[in-house]
Design a protein around this ligand. Sequence first.
Ligand code: AMP
Ligand code: GLY
Length: 428
Amino acid sequence: MKILVVGGGGREHAIAAALARNRKTVIFSVMAKNNPGIAKLAQKILLCKETDVPRIVAFARENGIEYAFIGPESPLEAGIVDALESVNIPCVGPTKAAARIETDKGFCRRLMEEHQIEGCPKYRLCQNSAEAITFIQEHEGDLVIKPTGLTGGKGVKIMGEQVDRAGAIAYAATINGSIILEERLIGEEFTLQAFVDGTHLIPMPLVQDHKRAFDGDTGPNTGGMGSYTMPDHMLPFVMKTEYSRAFGIMQATIDALARAGHPYKGILYGQFMNTAHGPKVIEFNARFGDPEAMNVLSLLTSDLAEIMVKIISGTLTSAHVTFEKKATVCKYLVPEGYPDAPHAGDPIHVEGTHRAITYYANVEEQNGSLITLTSRTLAFVGMGDTLEAAERIAEHAAGSVRGSVRYRKDIGTEKLLSQRIAHMKELR
Ligand code: AMP
Ligand code: GLY
């Protein structure tokens, strides 16, 4: 089975590693930078921009690719799935039209509203910054300001947390194009990812990501500094009824997309804020989360290649998808200065990973040394019977790295988890 994996981050290393556990697979890769982890798994690599659709299609055809697995959002937005499927290469990943659930936040909110899907925060879609500024000036209460297009998770500004009203106005003034203003949701965030075959959604363990750069959830937003899962695949601040509502929202969204003529195949990522009034949708992504993919794919005990085939044929059932009942903790190492002024080009040394699983991301190998680039460098996943055991493994590996990289020590600790539980109790 010749499979093309598109993307070169930690998420795609985890996807390639999970696919490669099936011995019948031969992995091909398209990535912008030579990820050393993916390079070890791939039979052949094309180094090119992940949005260069014609080159990717040509590479896939030349190499007789049978299936493609799309990691990041930018090739989805560029129409990679439409292009590959037009030459009979089926994909795990939605078409450009269905991917608008992520790539166009206005489309997402309107779809939820039109189909009366619960969990949609109050929002206002503004055509330009002038309209947004007027609304911010006249609105009482905090707002969240978002460009409607893709920003790599770094385009959101929250009034009352990161900026005051004047700062919100100043930020809106810098945005070109349409802007979405939303009520500020208060609660605890969680991620629910599902495999989707067009109609059926098969859920994966709940994950909590950590967006802020520094310990204690401080500093600027990042692509995600690390994440954890619990042995029961739930999170202690999410009740069963809240989980069911979140899953129902995702199912209703897939049904709505199908009714709108955009059947969805791939991974659906639901980012929720669990509030005093239940789960609300912060956003949907049309792909695995990064880092969240590393948690769940490390736990996957069934065959990702088979899941891929079932997604494509529209015949996926829960019997195809099983996960180990363990906790995981994922910690990302990032270059000093990340995300605002990352320092690249420094050598790093990994001294003792022990039982941690290593996933490479934005890092290059030169003469046997690992050299940092400007984005997240590499991640370690610890797995254990308890969160504490998993955290110890990830922490030990992360702490063994020498060089100008840093990571969050608090991810997956009991202390942080108790704070989350206490916060949710207080809100209820
Ligand atoms: P996004 O790029 O949409 O994932 O947003 C980045 C981060 O901004 C999220 O992880 C949340 O922490 C925060 N955020 C986004 N939308 C809201 C909202 N409506 N209320 C509160 N926080 C939000
Ligand atoms: N970890 C957040 C994302 O992948 O969008």
